[in-house]
Design a protein. Structure first.
Length: 244
């Protein structure tokens, strides 16, 4: 799927959150009419630049227009008096909160990836061979001094050779795009899988992070859905019916 990133907005909710924050509105008290007007104005700009990109934003635009119309409907007197009137904005608020949570997680994982990319390691080595000789005690004989000094220089050279063998670990990294393609291929034979199964063969933290970010992207595109029965429990990932 070809995707274009315009300005600072990676998708419709990124734009929506930007407009809400720019207007200094509370997420829990969105002025739907004002935000919808601003959102549609940006959609018109997108249409002028690239119709295929604008279409990605049209679904949310339709939801905002529908929500705006609901906000204009009068509330039944009985419901208002009983305090049972449901706020039409509740569903949108929940989606925004989930989007912000996913974005914060993705940002955190990217920072962890950056830290991990600067980790260096040295393979374990047996250097007992360089420590085996006993110290030579000098008794004032010039030849003994020469022999000891020669041995010292020899040991120093061998230790320098050991130090030069430090090496950086080269991880076999898979890109986010490659991991998304692998996940899609996995669902050609299954419709449900645990997140732990997807990372079974991932030996490095980087690849596990790539798998998680890949799942977030597929969730955003609506190809899969995910659920978690308990806090910190395994995540169940399912293929949506219209993507089977």
């Amino acid at each position: 799927m070809y995707k274009v990133k315009l300005d600072i907005f990676e998708g419709p909710f990124d734009l929506l959150v930007y407009l809400i924050e720019k207007a200094r509105m509370s997420i829990f008290d969105i002025q739907v009419s004002e935000i919808t007007t601003q959102y549609l104005a940006y959609i018109e700009e997108l249409k002028a630049q690239d119709v295929s990109v604008a279409q990605e934003f049209m679904v949310l635009a339709a939801e905002l227009i529908e929500l705006k119309s609901k906000m204009l409907l009068p509330i039944e007197v009985e419901e208002a008096e009983a305090g049972n009137a449901e706020d039409p904005r509740a569903g949108l608020v929940q989606k925004i909160l989930e989007y912000k949570q996913f974005k914060e997680i993705a940002h955190f994982l990217q920072e962890e990836e950056e830290v991990a990319s600067h980790v260096h390691s040295k393979p374990q080595e047996d250097i007992n061979a360089y420590r085996g000789e006993e110290d030579i005690l000098l008794k004032g004989d010039m030849q003994q001094f020469i022999d000891a000094f020669t041995l010292f220089i020899s040991k120093k050279k061998r230790m320098e050779e050991v130090r030069k063998r430090y090496e950086r670990i080269e991880r076999q990294r898979v890109s986010i795009e490659e991991r998304i393609a692998q996940i899609r291929n996995f669902f050609k034979t299954k419709v449900k899988v645990l997140f732990s199964e997807l990372i079974t063969n991932d030996k490095t933290r980087f690849n596990k992070v790539a798998t998680f970010i890949g799942l977030l992207e597929l969730l955003k595109q609506g190809e899969i859905k995910a659920s978690q029965e308990e806090k910190f429990g395994d995540i169940t990932v399912e293929l949506r019916e219209n993507n089977g």
